[in-house]
Design a protein around this ligand. Sequence first.
Ligand SMILES: NC(=O)c1ccc[n+]([C@@H]2O[C@H](COP(=O)([O-])OP(=O)(O)OC[C@H]3O[C@@H](n4cnc5c(N)ncnc54)[C@H](O)[C@@H]3O)[C@@H](O)[C@H]2O)c1
Length: 255
Amino acid sequence: MNPAADVTNKNVLITGGASGIGATTAKILVERGANVVISDINDAQGDALASELSAEGHSIHYMNCDVANAASVEAFFAFGNEKMGSIDVVLNNAGVDHKPSAMHEISEEDFDRNVAINLKGVWFCMRESVKYMVPNGGGHVINVASVAGLRSAPSIAAYSAVKHGVIGLTRSAAHEYTKVKLRFNAVCPSFIDTPMVQNVLAHLNEKQRNAIVKASPMRRLGKVEEVATLIAWLASDESSFVNGHEFRIDGGLLA
Ligand SMILES: NC(=O)c1ccc[n+]([C@@H]2O[C@H](COP(=O)([O-])OP(=O)(O)OC[C@H]3O[C@@H](n4cnc5c(N)ncnc54)[C@H](O)[C@@H]3O)[C@@H](O)[C@H]2O)c1
């Protein structure tokens, strides 16, 4: 018996699936027998990942989708539903950070972009999930928030604010939709070794980089596989009584 969480034949949509946490989660899910449709705004990487995994015999498709655009999100869900026949799990993972700045110096452009992609984009996808999952008899929406959505995050206050918002959306929806068998949960990673974080680290000096790594009791960044396997378990029926929860995956940072 395969001891890993069973996601065989689960039909899963992933936003921001071309890179980092989304890409690795897509890979792990299809390798465990799920059908996956990923979307992103990075077509070159999204296409390449879907082609590579398809060539290995896995069930995966890619489509361009800007989560900040409602029509684009609607088209992605329609495409995913058409390719897989139904939608069981949605991973709202697409996200951006912003230039580290004191709260009062964050540009309005950065603030608006964080709201549009990281918060309103998640809401667009949650709204669309309800439309497809209710007639289908149930489903599970997993939102990628952050430890920055659970505590202060100096120098990235706008990011922290919208990730708190994602947790608010997740908790409220978890209460509202139980009667129609929908579940909503959030995962809250600390610093995970992805292109987004490498980009942040590249702008810091060695002392600042070390401070980030040493802030964790485990003295390292998280690995994308460690987040992806938590998501895989959530995507499986083994998590069936879990609803409205925020899973910290932070090596003990907030312990
Ligand atoms: N890496 C970390 O340390 C960390 C920690 C906490 C939370 N997160 C969250 O995890 C999620 C994934 O981040 P990652 O670290 O894998 O970053 P990443 O940059 O590797 O991947 C993010 C993906 O989202 C895509 N994207 C950006 N804007 C988009 C849009 N408007 N529409 C659709 N796709 C868009 C990007 O093209 C990219 O492929 C994000 O929501 C991020 O906030 C990451």
